[in-house]
Structures are given as C-alpha cells and as structure tokens.
Design a protein around this ligand. Sequence first.
Ligand SMILES: NC(=O)c1ccc[n+]([C@@H]2O[C@H](COP(=O)([O-])OP(=O)(O)OC[C@H]3O[C@@H](n4cnc5c(N)ncnc54)[C@H](OP(=O)(O)O)[C@@H]3O)[C@@H](O)[C@H]2O)c1
Length: 334
Amino acid sequence: MSAVNHQLRLASRPVGAPVASNWELTAEPIPTPRPGQVLVEVTHISVDPAMRGWMNDRPSYIPPVALGEVMRAPAVGRVVASNSRAHPEGCWVTGLLGVQEYALSDGSGLLRIDPDRAPVSLYIGALGIPGLTAYFGMRDIGHARAGETVVVSGAAGAVGSIAVQIATIEGCRVIGIAGGQEKCDWLTEGLNVDAAIDYKRADLAARLREATPDRIDVYFDNVGGEILDLALARLAVHARVVLCGGISQYNATSRWGPLNYLSLLTNRASMTGLIVFDYQDRYEEAIDQLATWLGEGRLIVREQIVKGSIDRFPETLLGLFAGVNTGKLLLELG
Ligand SMILES: NC(=O)c1ccc[n+]([C@@H]2O[C@H](COP(=O)([O-])OP(=O)(O)OC[C@H]3O[C@@H](n4cnc5c(N)ncnc54)[C@H](OP(=O)(O)O)[C@@H]3O)[C@@H](O)[C@H]2O)c1
C-alpha cells in the first residue's frame, strides 16, 4: 500500500468544456478508518457525462461538487482496512468513492459486489449506473413492448448500448443512433440492432424517416439537441420519450430548446425525465436481471479502459464529448 492518497479536486467551475485550471491534484496521508468506517483502495473510476453537470454551481438532482472537494465519481475498490462487519477487509465494493486512490466510507451508499459473478469493473458499467439507467429507463419509463419501434441515441455508449439490447430482449424493432461507421457496425453486427444511423453523416432526418416507417414508439434520448428534435418529429401516437441525458448540451454556453415539441401534443405522447438514483430500492432486482442476461450471453458489453493514475481523469472526461468511447469509458488505476 502506498503511503499517500492522491486525489483530484475541483479547483474552479468550467465555462464550456472543462480545462486544466478547473482541477487540482492533491496528496494526503492515507486516512485510518474510525469505528464503523472502512478504507477502500480504489481500482476503477467511472467517467460519466453527468460529471460535467456536477461541476456547475446550479441546483440539480444532486448538490454540485463544492470547490476544493474531491471530484465525485462512482468507483469500484477493495476494502483494505475495516471497522465494519458489513464490509470486511478484502471484500469488493462500489459507491461514490470519488476520483482518489483511497476512500474512507461509513458504509452508507456502499454496495458489496461479487467478483465471481462478473469482472469488478462491470459494477460501474453494465451492472452499475449505466446498466441500471438503461434498465429502468427502457422498462419503467419507456414501457417498451414487443413489436414496437424503439430509437436510442448515444446508442454505442455505456447506457445506450445496454438500452438497445434491453429493447431487443423485449422484442422491439431497434434503431441506434451513434457517431461514425465503426460504432454503427458494432451496433448492427455486434449487438444485433435492426438498423444504425451515423448522425455525423448528412441528411439525418431522411435516414431516420427511412428507418422508422411506422414512426417511433419509444425514443430513449441520451444526447438532446438536434437529434432529439428530429426524433420528436417522428413520434407515433402515444409514444414515450425517455429523457435520460442531453450530452450535446452539457458544455453549451447558450440555451437551446426543441422546435418540434408540439409533436408531443398532437401524438398524445409523453416525455419523462429519468434519474436513476430514484430507483435505489430496486437496484438489486435490476443487477440480478442484468447479470443473468450477461451470463446467458444475451447482453454484450464493451469497456473502453484508460489505464493510469488519477491525473489522467481530466483528459479522459473530455474524451466523452469527443465520442472516443465505444461502450463504457473508465479509468483503471495502477
Ligand atoms: N438520467 C440518469 O439517471 C442518467 C444516468 C447515467 C447517464 N445518464 C446520461 O446518459 C447519457 C449517456 O451516458 P453514458 O455514460 O452512457 O455516456 P456514453 O454514451 O458512454 O458517452 C457519451 C457519448 O455521447 C456521444 N456524444 C458526445 N457529444 C455528442 C453530441 N454533441 N451529440 C451527440 N452525441 C454526442 C458520444 O458518442 P458518439 O460518438 O456516438 O457521438 C460519446 O461517446 C448521458 O447524457 C448521461 O448524462 C443519465
């Protein structure tokens, strides 16, 4: 065990895309757990679009990361010192451990994970927040039903790649939207979606129209912006729009609103915001189902793993906005 805990803290709030001066690297002695606490050695840190929102000083579903605070991040690690029966030394855990090498926890929000059931990194991917978001979004908000047409944006990413597969498992006709031919090929050939659209090529509207002759029953939106607008224009009667994320807007410095929102009215459609944390009391059910599909080979996962120390976190986060990842982007410490 190293004697020092390296941490990444928020030094200032970004305007637009985060820059180096928004971050500060610090080093502190590794803390000693008090009664009821555990010390976790962090091995894998999740890199999520939502983190950009957490850096803003704006009211949201979760408080902003305070200036000077260790950057909030879901992570996985091993308990290396424990004063808690619930989390004995040697067990693997996941939770909001932060962008740091060692995290002290009183156990709240800490979930014990089974490294024999799946590789531990998947507990911040397909069996973690992204998988859970896809699961509850597609099932509880999208109510995707067999025979329906489902369109997912950001389809080759962590949430999107699970969302398209859940819709396929439900028996839907599935169309994924992603940036670039390689991602689209993975969607059709690797994940068996019915059609994939590269939104970076011209004439997205025409290609979406061609791919959805019966219009869209469920639109699972990860990106917002123009793609959301075009999907709204293709809604079927009683369609459900799952408002999961809007990455195209996260670094924007001016506001944008959809032009085609009246399609919700004419089609008696709904658009519902999703916050995965609202489903915490059902995480176990969802993890169990996702792990079962994984074991049966019905769920295929891909990870984009950046290996290094926590000083690689800022550049890795920026990669999300450039679309460098296929599947789940994460930082593996070591
Ligand atoms: N509501 C919730 O509770 C919840 C929970 C988790 C995540 N989310 C949201 O779900 C979405 C996906 O998250 P994730 O973790 O799975 O990330 P991800 O999809 O793995 O990574 C982000 C992807 O977004 C795409 N992208 C970047 N800029 C874009 C733009 N301007 N227009 C269109 N696409 C763009 C890129 O793929 P391309 O190469 O295809 O452009 C990139 O790979 C995010 O919006 C996130 O905030 C919501």
